[in-house]
Design a protein around this ligand. Structure first.
Ligand SMILES: *Cc1c(COP(=O)(O)O)cnc(C)c1O
Length: 432
């Protein structure tokens, strides 16, 4: 197991006395792989440097926002210029219009958009909007899909089809999750069954159009179109949670890639350019149900924060001016092939799931198409791989069940270094 340097260790000891578990978001604590997290001093391009001066090639990229890499000069400059004029007003600014118009321009389903500060808030608000618009209470979600940590959406553990969900966490009253029906991902029959039973009470389906929070799982052919059909047939709404996929798999997100138009879209991560911003949008008829026009209330002191808007706008405009998606796909394919060859040479069974620049290397020999098949992965072997790669100066997600991201800052040379590291580390995994 990799041990970080002395300063990281000291900061970790202090953090554990001040912050629950030493972290402000659980996955940072390395529970999925063991050991201690390293503390970051700075990031540049595709690299981070820890407080002990060691450099790592980063494939977490703040869990998705940093498609242009760390400290991208245009984004940093936009933030600097904006915050010199004041950091928050609670009054409208032009930057909000500018980012909104870019989102409307790129994302097929969005005519109007409301800015918020986190993906959690955006998904929670989208659900409220769907319920307000349809006048119905039930929400269908998929096993293993993550939509932030709001009460009703933390229910993923529904065992079997059409069971009303049980909260995945303490602190959520059972009745908060009762409005959520959990079904297996990529399973049309299960969706058909819940609609047969509860169709006239279902406000909407929320789905990650490419699952990214159990590791990457692409939608089966026809799955998203089926969700579009069935919601339309029952007067329910289809909500795409594109917090990861928005501006990641193309300017139009997964809906552009697969040609399926949802009713409501949730965005986050990339649209904040590394600052706290997220959004949800839909056609005007739906969005005008929100206060102050309509009766669905939702608000935020820091919503549409100018510094966050500036970072998001600089990021999104960079992507629009010179769409990097073909380059990103080529970089990610280079990595995918290199890791596959390294695993094969070492005799380690793996399955790779990749859509554009998001990918996961599952340590299993059977296809990963939903949460149960993802869970067949050998998490102990992943942990050994993770620590070996850290030692080699490569920072992967500290859990098997996450997506890895390539940014425009990952050069072929960085990727070749990563593959060389993986070759070394894979040979030692046979005995794990
Ligand atoms: C990260 C994520 C969220 C939550 O966003 P936060 O900004 O962390 O609250 C919601 N949905 C998906 C698909 C995500 O990946």
């Amino acid at each position: 197991m990799y041990t970080p340097g002395a300063r990281s260790q000291a900061l970790w000891r202090t953090a554990c006395t001040l912050i629950p578990g030493g972290v402000n978001s659980p996955v940072r604590a390395f529970k999925g792989v063991g050991g201690q997290p390293l503390f970051v001093e700075r990031g540049y391009g595709c690299c981070v440097q820890d407080v002990d001066g060691k450099e790592y090639i980063d494939y977490v990229m703040s869990w998705g926002p940093l498609i242009l890499g760390h400290a991208y000069p245009r984004v940093v400059e936009a933030i600097r210029q904006t915050c010199e004029k004041g950091t928050s007003f609670g009054m409208p600014t032009e930057l909000e219009n500018r980012l909104a118009s870019r989102i409307v321009q790129c994302v097929p389903s969005i005519q109007k958009v409301r800015m918020v500060s986190s993906g959690t808030e955006a998904a929670m608000s989208a659900i409220r909007l769907a319920r307000g618009f349809t006048g119905r209470d039930l929400i269908v979600k998929f096993d293993g899909c993550y939509h932030g940590h709001s009460d009703g959406l933390l229910a993923a553990a529904g065992s079997g089809l059409a069971t009303f969900a049980i909260p995945d966490t303490k602190g959520v009253p059972a009745k908060h999750a009762e409005g959520t029906l959990v079904v297996p991902y990529n399973n049309c029959d299960a969706v058909e069954a819940v609609f047969a039973k509860h169709g006239d009470k279902i406000a909407g389906i929320i789905v990650e159009p490419i699952a990214g929070n159990v590791g990457v799982i692409a939608p089966a052919s026809g799955f998203l179109a089926f969700l579009g059909d069935i919601t339309q047939r029952h007067g329910s709404l289809l909500i795409f949670d594109e917090v990861i996929t928005g501006f990641r798999v193309g300017l139009g997100g997964a809906q552009g890639l697969y040609g399926v138009t949802p009713d409501i879209t949730v965005l986050g991560k990339i649209i904040g350019g590394g600052m706290p911003a997220a959004a949800y949008g839909a056609r005007a008829e739906i969005m005008d149900c929100l206060a102050p026009v309509g009766a669905v209330y939702q608000a935020g002191t820091l919503s549409g924060n100018p510094v966050a808007m500036a970072a998001g706008l600089a990021t999104v405009e960079t992507l629009i001016e010179d769409p990097p998606y073909a380059r990103l796909d080529a970089s990610a394919a280079l990595l995918e092939t290199g890791l596959r060859d390294a695993a094969r040479e070492a005799g380690i069974p793996v399955r790779q799931n990749r859509v554009g620049s998001m990918q996961t290397l599952f340590f299993t020999d059977s296809p990963v198409t939903d949460y149960p098949t993802a869970k067949k992965s050998d998490a102990r072997r992943y942990a050994a791989f993770f620590h070996g790669m850290l030692e080699q100066g490569v920072y992967l997600a500290p859990s098997q069940f996450e997506a890895g991201f390539v940014s425009t800052a990952h050069s072929d040379a960085h990727i070749q270094r990563t593959i060389a590291a993986a070759r070394k580390v894979m040979t030692g995994l046979k005995s794990v």
